[in-house]
Design a protein around this ligand. Structure first.
Ligand code: ZN
Length: 421
């Protein structure tokens, strides 16, 4: 193992001592374990000569000054919290990668023109409060206080109380907002949490954007009847009607696959749910994701159309409700090009695809040009103690991150900027 790989490994291990349980890693939002990881992060950054600031929601911002003190910062980072039975890489890999980059800059005595920051976001996972990316939402002005005050965990503890415990006032979350003039760019390294890189035997992916879900709740109303005495001709079987619709949803998504749109029916309930009763009602939920809003909406329209066709052919009533329609986030093309050029220089052959999961990067894009780097997840497993990414792969991600941080944090000669566009 190379020296830098050993360093990455031991830093990761130091974080993963915190919250280690038999069921996996547990560093839940606004708990002692998350706090302890933040304290360790601050300590390690201080050791590298960085200045530490904790903002109004608990994001920890470590800063390495550049030659131009008032210049906007090139920031890297991710989150230190986990789900209840989390793995050793989700979130923390990106924070450790940021530390590794700063350690290398220090070793090489490199003074950047712009400041370099590592941000350890708080509460990225929605496990506790049902609300994700609380830290980066707050930093980018997307955290609605009205919404936030309603959030409670499963023990009835409100987000406001949990924050109060660490001396943060939910009324002041907007003090965490950073302006476009403070941040030059943001780069997040994250494990893929999917199988694509490993399947293609590649080491790096550059995300084009973050797919957002459009969600439907579909209610099919037929007629419950005795399963023995109701002839096949006299049935209004809600389950059969719903099934027909589900099969078509797969087909519609397959037909939109060139836009990389996906659709899933993951919740399906049959009422009354008895062996001897023809199903009278079915409720199912559809999750449609992609970067292309028009493509997502085409699937919704086709589902509605198909619902009307099934209604008339089977004599059932079908209601299709849109329960969520989030906008996908496109990440900055300029940053993507910087990442792609750096890959080329480093002899890496990256994949380019959208992220199916949400990340802090999706919020940061609204404040500054943002890029998202994926490293492989073994078998695509995540949010699970089995989560695994090889240290060599994280180290390759660090090489890319380091190169891009340097590229972005150095003032380019005017002539150079002109010729390179
Ligand atoms: Zn994550």
């Amino acid at each position: 193992m190379k020296r830098t790989e050993k360093r990455i490994q031991s830093t990761l291990d130091a974080f993963n001592v915190i919250g280690e349980t038999e069921e996996g890693i547990q560093r839940i939002a606004y708990t002692h374990n998350e706090k302890e990881a933040q304290v360790l992060f601050a300590y390690l950054c201080k050791k590298e000569g960085m200045d530490i600031k904790v903002d109004a929601v608990g994001n920890v911002i470590a800063r390495r000054e550049g030659r131009f003190r008032s210049a906007p910062a090139v920031a890297v980072g991710s989150h230190v919290d986990t789900v209840y039975t989390g793995g050793r890489f989700d979130g923390i890999a990106g924070v450790v990668a940021g530390l590794e980059v700063v350690r290398r800059l220090n070793e090489k005595n490199i003074r950047t023109d712009y400041p370099v920051e590592i941000i350890a976001f708080t509460s990225e996972e929605s496990s506790r409060f049902g609300m994700s990316t609380i830290g980066s939402k707050a930093m980018t002005g997307k955290l609605s206080i009205e919404q936030a005050v309603k959030q409670k965990d499963k023990d009835g503890v409100s987000l406001a109380e949990a924050m109060k415990h660490y001396n943060f006032d939910i009324a002041n979350v907007n003090e965490a907002i950073r302006s476009k003039t403070e941040l030059h760019s943001f780069l997040e390294l994250h494990i893929e949490q999917g199988p694509e890189l490993e399947k293609q035997n590649k080491k790096i992916a550059i995300a084009t954007g973050i797919a957002a879900p459009t969600r439907l709740c579909v209610n099919v109303k037929g007629m419950a009847a005795h399963s023995g005495t109701t002839s096949m001709a006299n049935r209004k079987d809600a389950l059969i009607a719903a099934s027909q619709l589900v099969i078509m949803i797969e087909k519609f998504a397959q037909e939109e696959s060139l836009h990389k749109t996906v659709a899933t029916v993951g919740v399906f309930e049959v009422f009354p749910g008895a062996m001897n009763v023809v199903p009278g009602d079915v409720e199912f939920k559809v999750d449609i994701r992609g970067l292309n809003t028009a493509s997502k909406h085409r699937i919704v329209e086709r589902i509605k159309e198909e619902a009307r066709a099934v209604e008339s052919s089977r004599g059932v009533d079908i209601e299709v409700d849109i329960i969520g329609d989030e906008q996908p986030v496109l990440l900055d093309e300029g940053i993507r090009q910087v990442l792609l050029d750096a890959c080329k220089d480093l002899g890496m052959d990256p994949m380019v695809f959208p992220s199916g999961a949400g990340h802090d990067a999706m919020n940061m894009q609204s404040v500054c040009p943002t890029g998202l780097i994926f490293v492989p997840s073994h078998n695509g497993i995540s949010h699970n103690p089995e989560e695994f990414t090889a240290i060599e792969d994280i180290a390759l991600g660090c090489d890319l991150l380091e190169k891009c941080v340097l590229e972005l944090s150095m003032e380019r000669e005017i002539n150079n900027a002109k010729t390179s566009g």
